[in-house]
Design a protein around this ligand. Structure first.
Ligand code: SF4
Length: 325
């Protein structure tokens, strides 16, 4: 671990200004991923800018939906009464993530900023285009059981590890960020990016920008939702595959459907074709199976993760069946 300087700030402006003056620095909130990255020498910020005192912890209902501050703690969001009643898909995804101890430290913004858990990324003796652009990809020919089946490139086949982000992508959330040029909003589905030729970039944040919050628009996905997470252990394990499923039902007819997968791509993977197919159909296993077939179009595996091609459609059908119940 390298030496670094430490600054604590108490306003968004001070945070943004401090990073602008220290471009090789970085923000720290819960630190649940960043400290690991620093210990292993994967990330080497010269100054940590502690943002824990910023007024970004509120969870509030507005006319438009639910506003969650970037520093709201994952466990507090999952236990919030409005979230439980009106955004239960988010609650389920948060509870599926990490361990209780980590959820008590991790923030919403930090959860979005966490890096892939590809083991080659964390081993600085191995080639990794994401850690060191141009060095190669250890996982391509190596052990790639946890890796992507959608949207990968020949530079990187890593997956985004978050559960919370899969639910936020399904719920059409928006991210608010502040930077040297002011505030802007990014659709959640545009926040994380595919690796392409630049896998070192996980997201579409511009230089010096800070996430300040997330907004989920009002919706009717309050009853028929399910977050299915398939993993090697019952707790404290990243998803092999996860599925966020939300249905708005009128009797047995699907008025609206939302579907997203985790553990399969460099970003939460929204299944829009399957959603369109399901809209107006009856909520039957047969229709869910057809939707899963559509969702898996274009999937490609890399050897050790071949099983995901079979597991994917089964997981989609199961999540939809549970949501419909
Ligand atoms: Fe690095 Fe991506 Fe390859 Fe993993 S899959 S070794 S993160 S380039």
């Amino acid at each position: 671990m390298i030496n670094f300087e430490y600054t604590r700030v108490s306003s968004v402006k001070a945070a943004v200004d401090t990073l602008a003056k220290n471009p090789t620095g970085g923000f720290i909130a819960g630190g649940t991923n960043l400290i690991d990255l620093m210990k292993k020498g994967v990330t080497t910020p010269t100054r940590l800018i502690d943002i824990n005192n910023l007024p970004l912890k509120d969870i509030e209902e507005t006319i438009a939906g639910l506003k969650i501050g970037a520093l709201a703690i994952n466990s507090e969001v999952s236990q919030n009464e409005i979230v439980k009643e009106k955004y239960p898909l988010l609650m389920m995804a948060l509870k599926a993530g990490a361990s209780a101890q980590l959820r008590n430290m991790a923030t919403v913004g930090g959860n979005m900023m966490q890096r892939t858990r590809c083991t080659y990324f964390y081993d600085i003796a191995m080639p990794c285009n994401k850690r060191q652009p141009g060095s190669g990809c250890g996982a391509f020919q190596g052990y790639n059981r946890m890796h992507a089946i959608f949207g990968a490139s020949n530079k990187c086949i890593a997956v985004h590890p978050s559960d919370m982000c899969v639910a936020l992508a399904a719920l059409n959330a928006t991210v608010t960020v502040s930077g040297p040029k002011g505030e802007r909003k990014i659709l959640f589905t545009d926040f994380h990016r595919l690796p392409g030729d630049n896998p070192e970039k996980d997201n579409t944040l511009l230089k010096g920008e800070l996430i300040t919050g997330v907004t989920i628009p009002k919706n009717n996905f309050t009853k028929n939702v399910y977050y299915l997470k398939i993993r090697d252990r019952a707790s404290y394990a990243f998803a092999l595959i996860s599925v966020a499923a939300a249905l708005e039902l009128n009797g047995n007819t699907i008025k609206a459907a939302r579907l997203a997968m985790g553990g399969v791509a460099h970003k939460p993977w929204r299944l829009t074709e399957a959603e369109k197919f399901l809209t107006g159909k009856t909520a039957t296993k047969e229709n869910f199976t057809k939707a899963a077939e559509l969702a898996m179009k274009g999937a490609k595996a890399y050897g050790h993760n071949d099983f995901k091609l079979k597991m994917g459609p089964i997981a989609i059908v199961e999540a939809l069946m549970k949501a419909a119940q």
